[in-house]
Design a protein around this ligand. Structure first.
Ligand code: ATP
Length: 262
């Protein structure tokens, strides 16, 4: 569905990364992990056609993304950016309704059906009570949940999420992870493809995701969480000793060694 081949990414003439390969299909979760500044957001912007590739190709639904209009791209991929406050006030529900834009005609106004879908998306994320609140006055975590609801309302077969749990509290992080898993794995509704970035390797284990581990704009390893998120790989990427252990319930957890060596 979404595929990148030998992709080089960057801004203007400044190359941020190269040699990137990935593919995501419906029902799959791909988790991007790597240190601050390694190029995750830049890669996302390139995958979404917001930033031209410096070389290599991005194909979306078997066509180069570079040849597709923003509306066609939006029908295929929903993007959940990192949450920022907008410069002017909107009701949270209006923000969610913006997810319907790519589905409306040129002068189309959202109708009853669109509002119902927007309400359902908010309900699913447990934020129905925020519908008529001023989006710019919500907390960072509440805004993040509204942006995820907007992506759900878009009803695209792929969702790209830039650090979707970054500003969420402990409970909401777990809640959003469960939503991501059910988006991809829900057999009744046809599963979406999900690409997300996170700074928490435990989340890749919890989601049983495929992992692309990045360092300095390049792929260090790609594969199952179990194969890629090893102590040596994580130690290499984050520059400190990391241990990967298995809990009594059988889940893997990653722990940096916090002892200092003097
Ligand atoms: N508009 C821009 N023009 C030039 N360089 C940029 C621009 N935006 C980001 N960069 C640079 O690109 C590099 C990669 O940034 P990017 O935001 O993709 O990293 P990231 O992996 O998403 O980081 P984080 O985990 O901190 O969000 C950084 O060195 C950053 O300074």
């Amino acid at each position: 569905m979404l595929e990148a081949r030998e992709l080089a990414i960057g801004y203007g003439r400044t190359q941020i990364g190269s040699g990137l390969n990935l593919s995501v299909n419906e029902g799959e979760i791909l988790c991007l992990l790597g240190p601050n500044g390694c190029g995750k957001t830049t890669l996302f912007r390139t995958l979404l056609g917001l930033l031209p590739a410096m070389s290599g190709t991005v194909t979306l639904g078997n066509r180069p993304v570079a040849n597709q209009t923003p509306a066609t791209i939006a029908q295929q991929i929903a993007y959940v950016p990192q949450a920022h406050a907008p410069p002017f006030p909107f009701e949270a529900l209006e923000v969610v309704l913006m997810g319907r834009t790519a589905r409306l005609g040129v002068f189309g106004q959202p109708g009853h059906h669109d509002r119902e879908i927007a309400h359902n998306a908010m309900d699913r994320l447990g934020i129905a009570n925020l519908a008529h609140r001023d989006y710019s006055r919500l907390s960072g975590g509440q805004r993040q949940l509204v942006l995820i609801a907007r992506a759900l309302a878009q009803e695209a077969p792929l969702i790209v999420m830039d650090e979707p749990t970054a500003s969420l509290d402990f409970g909401n992080q777990a809640q959003v992870l469960m939503q991501i898993a059910s988006l991809a794995r829900d057999v009744a509704a046809r599963g979406c493809g999900v690409v997300l970035s996170t700074h928490d390797p435990d989340q890749a284990f919890a989601l049983d995701a495929r992992v692309l581990l990045m360092k300095d704009g390049h792929e260090l390893a790609q594969g199952t969480a179990r194969d890629v998120l090893t102590g040596p790989n994580l130690s290499d990427v984050y520059g400190l000793p990391v241990a990967v252990e298995t809990t009594s319930s059988g889940r893997k957890v990653c722990m940096p060694a916090l002892t200092s060596h003097h």
